[in-house]
Design a protein. Structure first.
Ligand code: N01
Length: 547
């Protein structure tokens, strides 16, 4: 507790541990926010983290095949040139253990651990109007107080285990991919049922199939997927990346999604069919999320999108030997990339294996889980292990997972009863001095995550620096600004994105969750410009007061 009471101690009461800032979460965002507030503003900061180590989502998502879909060198911090130059990524896409090594390295290199409490789950945070401070309580009844509360809880950290009758009677083991046992799971000789074919399921299935006696993939919605084409990063490639980092980062900051490539300026409809096919083929061979950038209008024009969707369906038909299985794997109910597009290593190929069965839940849904397996409307599948690759209560789930209360004791759960409302995804009216890193209403999950994370952390740090320089005690989004921003997010979503009816972007994957398009789809570069303008304009849309 070396830093306790260093600054705001006088305002902390005897019964709590007082800091300038409390950060909840020690993933990418919590680590960088800690570093920024401590090193740039010399604040006293405490990070509260429920896991036993740093890592955030990567700590929990240890499932077989877990690997980042962003290219490794771009899925990294840009704030330290030394860090960039000293760290070597071994593969094109980093696997979960490598990302954990990286984040541990960051924590040690910048001496961050001394300000983090691990195994510390926040159960409530409320704004004490009398003292003008946040009071944060943990599961072990420790109470912290702080001037600023910053949530760094991630967008995909609240797991979604669907309610299926009979799960409690299942005699085998079951796991959710987002809360995977640290010791791993041995699938050898086991009959495994995997529910879910999102990015996670698409990564996990080939790895599980390689070990299991038999894998049953329970698919409700077929998904588009592009080959990742993962490979080791040769020393020469690593050296080139390091030499060109400044330029790579420049492109990432200019891009729509924070990736190291730009969207093509051309429409899919303005080239000949031969040219279009050649472009898609080249992107397919190159692999990865870049496929989505082949033409500028894949997310805005249904006819353009159809050309990409047709191409991918054709590939599925080519790869999967049994035409009936291929047909069942072909997505037809949503445009390509309207749901977050997965990238894969041998996903469609997996269905050519003798020990893999595709169970199509669209025609014969799951009826219940029995003591010995899963029963659909068509058959009963005997299983030893069930893997839930069923995703997350995304974006709002992590913020509503503890009792968060602002002015007048108003609970965030009530304020967001019909869907999340924020200003810029950074603040909520009625919750002074609370900042939500990559909150709903910011580009967040539509991007290569370290980019929106760094942008938010730097904006928040500048904002707090401004407040302290001008003797301002409180900052709070106005209701007006929040309403205007909500309208702007909805307007920017007027693309093909909301057409994916079951998408977690809309909250549609969690029964009863309000259907609101949650991330801001206006582009990362554009959003950064808006945030900069707001700051330059003395934080227009926020109410700043001296207390
Ligand atoms: O979750 P998802 P995810 N019965 O919600 C199915 C990021 N990520 O964990 O589509 C049967 O996408 C559901 O079916 P449907 C990435 O942003 C990143 O895969 O709702 N099925 C769907 O198939 C990603 O988008 C990386 O009909 C049920 C699946 O479960 C996000 O995390 C890797 C069901 C859930 O798919 C979430 O991906 C992995 C039920 N009751 C993930 N309930 C990297 O970059 C749900 N499903 C490494």
């Amino acid at each position: 507790m070396a830093n306790a009471h260093r600054h705001d101690g006088a305002r902390a009461s005897a019964g709590d541990l007082g800091f300038d800032a409390i950060i909840i979460g020690a993933g990418f965002s919590g680590l960088y926010q800690l570093y920024s507030l401590r090193e740039r503003l010399q604040l006293s900061v405490r990070v509260l983290e429920r896991a036993a180590d740093v890592g955030g989502t990567w700590y929990w998502n240890r499932y077989p095949g877990a690997r980042c879909d962003s290219e490794s060198y771009s899925y990294s911090f840009s704030f330290s040139e030394h860090l960039e130059q000293e760290w070597n990524w071994s593969e094109r896409y980093p696997a979960q253990p490598e990302i954990m090594r990286y984040l541990r390295h960051v924590a040690e290199r910048f001496d961050l651990r001394r300000d983090i409490d691990f195994n510390t789950e926040v159960v409530s945070a409320r704004f004490d109007e009398g003292r003008g401070r946040w009071l944060v309580t943990t599961a072990c009844d420790r109470v912290f107080s702080a001037t600023y509360l910053i949530t760094a809880v991630g967008c995909l950290s609240a797991t979604n285990v669907p309610t299926i009758d009979g799960l409690e009677d299942f005699r085998g083991q079951w796991y959710h991919t987002g809360n995977w046992p640290p010791a791993g799971v041995d699938f050898h000789g086991r009959r495994v049922g995997q529910i879910g074919t999102g990015s996670t399921g698409i990564q996990a299935a080939p790895v599980i199939a390689a070990q299991a006696a038999h894998l049953y993939v329970f698919q409700r919605t077929p998904n588009f997927s592009i080959p990742a084409r993962n490979a080791p990063l040769a020393p020469q490639a690593q050296a080139e990346i390091k030499q060109n980092y400044a330029e790579i980062r420049r492109i990432m900051r200019q891009s729509t999604n924070g990736h190291p490539f730009l969207l093509s300026p051309q429409s899919a409809l303005e080239v000949t069919p031969e040219e279009r096919r050649a472009r898609y083929e080249a992107a397919w061979q190159h692999g990865g999320l870049r496929f989505r950038a082949t033409f500028r209008d894949l997310l805005t024009d249904r006819r353009a999108n159809d050309t990409a969707a047709d191409f991918i369906r054709e590939k599925i038909r080519d790869i999967v030997v049994d035409p009936a299985i291929a047909e069942r794997l072909m997505p037809r109910d949503h445009p390509f990339a309207a749901k977050r597009p997965p990238i894969d290593t041998d996903y469609f190929e997996t269905f050519n294996r003798d020990n893999v069965t595709l169970v199509d839940l669209r025609t014969l849904p799951i009826e219940r889980i029995t003591p010995s397996g899963i029963k659909t409307a068509g058959a009963e599948y005997p299983l030893d292990i069930i893997v839930f690759a069923t995703g997350f209560d995304a974006m709002t789930g992590p913020l509503l997972g503890f009792d968060l209360r602002g002015r007048g004791g108003r609970a965030l759960r009530d304020v967001w009863a019909v869907g999340p409302k924020t200003y810029l995804g950074l603040q909520i009216a009625g919750f002074p001095n609370l900042f939500t890193i990559t909150g709903p209403g910011s580009p967040s999950v539509l991007c290569n995550m370290p980019v929106p994370i760094e942008q938010h952390v730097e904006w928040i740090t500048d904002c707090i620096g401004f407040m302290r320089a001008h003797d301002l005690a409180f900052i709070e989004a106005t209701e007006d600004a929040m309403a205007r921003w909500g309208t702007e997010v909805a307007a920017a979503a007027a693309t093909l994105l909301p057409e994916a009816a079951s998408s977690w972007y809309l909250g549609a994957n969690v029964p009863g969750k309000p259907r609101v398009f949650m991330p801001y789809p206006g582009g990362m570069a554009h959003y950064r410009g808006l945030c900069d303008q707001v700051a330059a304009n003395a934080y227009a849309g926020f109410r700043l007061s001296a207390g």
